[in-house]
Design a protein around this ligand. Sequence first.
Ligand SMILES: C[S@@+](CC[C@H](N)C(=O)[O-])C[C@H]1O[C@@H](n2cnc3c(N)ncnc32)[C@H](O)[C@@H]1O
Length: 354
Amino acid sequence: MSFTSILLQCRAGFESECAAEFSEQALGAGHTGYVRFERNAGYVRFMLQTDALALLQQVSFRSLVFTRQWCACLEPFDQLPATDRLSVLLGPVATLPACAELLAEVPDTTEGRELLPFAGKLSSAMAQTLRQQAIMLPRKARTDWRMHLFALSGRHLLMGVSPVNNGTKLAMGIRRLKFPAQAPSRSTLKLEEAWHWFVPRHQWGERLGGGKTAVDLGAAPGGWTWQLVQQGMFVTAVDNGPMSEDLMDSGQVVHSREDAFYYQPPKPVDWMVCDVADKPARVTARMLEWALRGWCREMIFNLKLPMKKRHLEVQQCLDMIRTGLEQADISYSLSARHLYHDREEVTCYLDLRR
Ligand SMILES: C[S@@+](CC[C@H](N)C(=O)[O-])C[C@H]1O[C@@H](n2cnc3c(N)ncnc32)[C@H](O)[C@@H]1O
């Protein structure tokens, strides 16, 4: 079996960030390769001659900001017949390491999404046949690898695998969430998705529930505050703009019409979240100040990205926090992700529980 590339899926328009970030990490792990991508295609291919499976085990998936999903791929299938595609695919696919699940994926673009029904049908038929031939294990079996089918057209697709314990089981890396009708803004989904990504589900009760306290900087009209209230938190919502009246009626929210860059909590809180629309470096400096002063235990904040050098900007912001906390000898864990519900922005999580 020969894996000649790594497929990296990202939000359309962020291919160069995804490519630059992954290339740096691959180089750091001792692998050389080059990237291939088209702008707005929603994916990048990293071509390499070294062991692609080893590379996927060496780079931490969670350390990547702009990669939503990944897999090591076999040579592309680019001349598939219009009928009986399975017979062409099965031979090479049988050489993949043992898997128990197969994700049907397409580029997350308008054109790509039209291929979803095709990719879904083909992958169901393939999984059924592979299971009948005992090439694929039963759904619940424990395996090290997950199989991917990535359709680029009816005739052109990529097949690959990703490590189960270093990746995501979400097809296309997309967490689909239903917009709660009572929430005051669509932004609410960013915080909900952030929790799904940064806080393991089994810890939600302990980390989010039980009447915790929170500050929401740049809160109006209240989409993020709504999420905090749903978890039972008592929230100070800091914003000059108006908050949703229904949310204020919950009795769990105090609206503070102050400037988020100057507001100081009267006493430390469990959570601080920040969705202020301002320069990323300015927001980052403010987040660092909260961390250094011990004003909260956990923090989720959004960085609105500039038009250019977005990967560099994110790295500089994360480095500012790392350097500040290391100089102060404060232990922490910091991560960032370009969430599905993020647009020209990324969401960061800083854990200061010690
Ligand atoms: C993207 S919106 C926040 C949306 C909110 N998270 C939600 O879910 O409804 C950004 C908010 O930041 C606020 N903002 C910008 N600069 C601010 C500042 N210096 N202090 C407080 N709020 C600020 C704006 O008034 C705006 O309401």
